[in-house]
Write a protein that binds this ligand. Structure first.
Ligand SMILES: *[C@@H]1O[C@H](CO)[C@@H](O)[C@H](O)[C@H]1NC(C)=O
Ligand SMILES: *[C@@H]1O[C@H](CO)[C@@H](O)[C@H](O)[C@H]1NC(C)=O
Length: 233
């Protein structure tokens, strides 16, 4: 008898773990992400901003496109990024400016990280149309804590909350993301098409897009942009 009961327990344990698995998003998806951010600090008080993104992810062809629109105190900005891993190129389009940098390494699959802890499950919606959602908690780099929720079936993103405490100047920042209109196909592959005409030579960099100095420069340039409409390229 003992021989028979043991495997059942093992299987039950496996089933529980399987239900709360550290799943990966579908290999292709297209979604709208809304972001609201807040900063609280002794210097500067409270500030907030809103943004929305159109994210198209294609792990089959190893490409990612992100279009973003933000509104911070009436200052609206638009930019678009294309990650083309087979070409080894990253494009950043801001206003009428276009920047091309190197993209090295392999594309990472979007997953719930292995170190994430499962903190609960709930049913989103009601009745037959209710969707079972799993919530996970994990640290991301730079002392950011992420609370991420995905559907149990299909591992589709539902929402995410990032909190970050800056110990030095006692500033807390939070970002809340919600996801809408998630599809598991790439509806329009032209989002990955590099800009035409190409980025000007003076805006083509040999550094990797992860290069900290380049990132800093891009962030600074982004802040200086005052663009309300997407450019015509
Ligand atoms: C994370 O927080 C610790 C103190 O809590 C600090 O020493 C460290 O520099 C922080 N790291 C980053 C990347 O902000
Ligand atoms: C999501 O889809 C609905 C229905 O097609 C559409 O009306 C809405 O504008 C979409 N939302 C966004 C942010 O694109």
């Amino acid at each position: 008898m003992k021989h028979l009961t043991l495997p059942v327990h093992v299987f039950a344990l496996f089933a529980v773990c399987y239900g709360q698995q550290h799943c990966c998003y579908p290999d292709q998806y297209d979604l709208r992400e809304s972001e609201t951010g807040w900063n609280y600090g002794p210097v500067g008080g409270v500030s907030s901003y809103r943004g929305s993104r159109h994210v198209v992810y294609d792990f089959v062809h190893k490409k990612l496109a992100i279009e973003e629109r933000t509104d911070s105190g009436g200052v609206r900005q638009y930019y678009k990024m294309i990650y083309d891993y087979p070409e080894g190129a990253h494009y950043l389009i801001m206003g009428t400016d276009c920047f091309k940098t190197k993209l090295t390494g392999d594309m990472k699959q979007h997953c719930i990280p292995g170190q994430a802890s499962h903190v609960g499950s709930y049913v989103y919606g009601a009745g037959d149309s209710g969707v079972l959602v799993d919530a996970f908690l994990f640290q991301v780099k730079g002392n950011v804590t992420s609370h991420r929720e995905v559907t149990r079936a299909g591992c589709l993103p539902v929402r995410e909350l990032h909190t970050h405490l800056e110990p030095d100047d006692k500033t807390i920042s939070m970002q809340s993301f919600t996801y809408e209109n998630v599809t598991t196909t790439v509806e329009d592959p032209s989002v990955f098409t590099p800009p035409v005409p190409p980025c000007p030579p003076r805006h083509q960099f040999t550094q990797d897009v992860q290069d900290p100095e380049l990132l800093q420069w891009i962030e600074k340039t982004k802040r200086e942009q005052r663009i309300s409409d997407p450019p015509r390229l």
